[in-house]
Design a protein around this ligand. Structure first.
Ligand code: SAM
Ligand code: SF4
Length: 348
């Protein structure tokens, strides 16, 4: 299979086929995170409960429906799709979806990427590269095998490290995502950065967000990233980077390693004003904000007709309702109840 090219779209593909998606705060939506399953082979402590109840398979959008939703967003000007979950690579036949989405490069899609726990990457890295995936985010909070098993409740770090290597071999640019957890991986930030930068991989640290029924864990282990940055700055020279990934991370160049460190701080310095994204769950619910409950059903409109009129009307309605920002700070302080939704459902 000839690798798909997203980088050089035709001029016609630059223009959305129909009205762009703009919310009532004039933010243009160009990025969707599409969750393809709520299932996962791990049970990370900040993301899932030990005894997760997964959705009946029949509730999930089919691969064809996921592709149709994605195509509808691309027709409205979405330029970047991140496939997520749950663990996206445990969805059966997920490569069929990647192959379908890779063809949206003709319609204006500029980037197809995914966030994964890496456990299945050794198997799929080559095919992902063939589908035009150029970058992949791999979540890895520690390099210590025991701690890794404790955080993920069942993961094998060897499998993930092999997946990272396979991705690099396939030519994918890997970025490591690390949730900073007080008293858990605090002593590992510098070694993790050195390990990743030594392999040409950037690292992004993420503040734990209070989501799901285990929100208490994220609140207790919350570590503001300015503390992480200050600790790293004792050993490394960090200077603000001009790099922007199209996401909420603020990046710093590291003089000693030549790599970059990103910080995603939804609580301590939120990024809502420039929010350009929405999330679609694996059951076809559209969330216009990770931290709010408002949602729009897309599955009904998808299944009600083969043309996209009802689907587009639902997208327009959702745009009108996209909130200005999340309430994580009030939720963490107990002022408001935390979101009961797991990150694995909404798609992190
Ligand atoms: N399974 C894949 C993975 O772990 O990369 C994709 C889905 S996971 C929900 C996406 C990202 O969300 C991961 O980087 C994970 O660390 C992050 N995440 C999950 N729960 C979180 C929470 N409560 N706070 C902050 N990040 C969280
Ligand atoms: Fe699974 Fe990713 Fe959630 Fe961990 S963070 S339980 S790997 S979905």
């Amino acid at each position: 299979m000839r690798p798909q090219q997203f980088e050089n779209p035709s001029p016609a593909a630059e223009l959305p086929a129909s009205a762009p998606l703009v919310d009532s705060f004039a933010r243009r939506i160009e990025y969707i995170r599409l969750s393809v399953t709520d299932r996962c082979d791990f049970r990370c402590v900040y993301c899932m409960s030990e005894e997760m109840h997964f959705l009946p398979r029949g509730d999930l959008l089919t691969l064809e429906e996921l592709e149709r939703v994605a195509a509808a967003f691309v027709a409205r000007g979405v330029r970047k799709i991140r496939i997520t979950g749950g663990e996206p690579l445990v969805r059966r036949n997920v490569m069929q979806l990647f192959r379908g989405l890779s063809r949206l490069s003709d319609k204006g899609l500029r980037e197809l990427t995914l966030t994964t726990n890496g456990s299945q990457l050794a198997r799929f890295a080559g095919e992902l590269a063939e589908c035009g995936v150029r970058r992949v985010n791999v979540s890895l909070d520690t390099l210590d095998p025991e701690k890794f098993r404790t955080i993920t409740r069942r993961g094998d770090i060897g499998q993930v490290l092999a997946g990272v290597e396979a991705a690099r071999w396939a030519g994918l640019k890997v970025k490591i995502n690390c949730v900073a957890l007080k008293g858990v991986n605090e002593d590992e930030f510098l070694p993790l950065v050195e390990w990743a930068h030594g392999r040409g991989m950037d690292v992004t640290f993420i503040e734990a967000m209070p989501l799901g029924e285990d929100a208490a864990y994220s609140i207790e282990s919350f570590l503001p990233l300015d503390q992480v940055a200050a600790k790293l700055a004792e050993r490394l020279t960090l200077s603000p980077s001009t790099h922007a990934s199209g996401g909420p991370a603020r990046y710093f160049d590291v003089a000693e390693t030549g790599g970059r460190i990103g910080f995603i701080t939804p609580l301590s310095a939120h990024f809502c004003d420039s929010c350009n994204r929405v999330r679609v769950t694996c059951t076809g619910e559209l969330y216009t904000c990770l931290g709010q409950e408002d949602k729009t059903d897309l599955r009904g409109p998808l299944r009600s007709s083969d043309d996209d009129a009802a689907l587009n009307a639902a997208l327009d309605d959702a745009m009108r309702r996209k909130p200005r920002g999340h309430d994580f700070v009030a939720q963490a302080s107990g002022e408001l109840a935390p979101s009961a939704r797991h990150m694995s459902l909404t798609g992190g």
